[in-house]
Design a protein around this ligand. Structure first.
Ligand code: ADE
Length: 233
């Protein structure tokens, strides 16, 4: 998968050299490139923002550098002549990012993350890109970050680990929280007793049926306790 990131802080993305995604990059499974939006400015001050039409606090990112950046990055596919990229714009005003969306995006060939700062990006950037490709404004949750960089990193990790070959043992993906709509069961390892706390005896029983039933019960109880919204959706 190819991932392009457009940001005024490309240095945020140096962490993608580390750990499993770092390995996926060096093995060629993931081709990730962070670009400085200011490369597509033409004035002496490399201006990317301006005051909002209609008034209000804060600054809005101007459309011109974004337009040029996307023109360059949304390269046409040799067969169709159209770009097959999906543009993802992290925003607290977007649709919720979920494991289902991560799975869907992990099937794509090319993702372009457009990281806004300040009060966001001029809406015409998204509207214009949507005439050519799929554009998704996506929120990590109901809170506000300073910009799209941290949100993009979280999404790239969630998506990247679902690409076949990135995680050594794909079975480890199957029993995680959210994969079956529930939170995952609690996990234990050795020693069987630690600081007066014992591992639940059923896990030492060797009875696979009883272990599976206990884990399912734990998933339901935990989900009911901390995320009842997942059961009612
Ligand atoms: N940018 C600012 N806040 C955000 C959020 N909650 N999710 C995604 N992108 C954001």
């Amino acid at each position: 998968m190819r991932i392009d990131i457009v940001t005024i802080f490309p240095e945020f993305f140096s962490v993608l050299d580390v750990s499993l995604l770092g390995k996926a990059r060096s093995s060629g499974l993931l081709d990730v490139r962070a670009h400085d939006l200011r490369e597509w400015t033409h004035d002496r001050h490399r201006t990317v923002d301006d005051t909002p039409y209609g008034g209000g606090a804060g600054m809005v990112m101007r459309p011109e550098p974004w337009g040029e950046a996307l023109d360059q990055l949304l390269t046409p596919n040799a067969e169709s002549g159209l770009s097959d990229a999906v543009v993802i714009v992290p925003s607290p005003a977007g649709v919720r990012f979920t494991q289902v969306l991560a799975r869907e995006l992990a099937q794509e060939r090319h993702l372009v993350f457009a990281c806004g700062r300040y009060e966001g990006i001029d809406q015409r950037v998204m509207d214009s890109a949507a005439q050519r490709v799929r554009v998704l404004e996506v929120s990590l949750g109901d809170y506000v970050l300073n910009g799209g960089e941290v949100a993009s990193l979280a999404m790239i990790e969630a998506i990247g680990r679902l690409i076949p070959g990135v995680i050594g043992n794909p079975a480890s993906l199957d029993e995680e929280s959210h994969e079956d709509g529930l939170l995952e069961y609690p996990s234990y390892t050795k020693p069987a007793s630690w600081r007066g706390l014992d591992v639940p005896p059923v896990l030492l029983s060797g009875n696979h049926g009883a272990i599976a039933a206990w884990r399912r019960e734990q998933q339901l109880a935990r989900t009911r306790r901390v995320r009842p919204d997942l059961l009612s959706d």
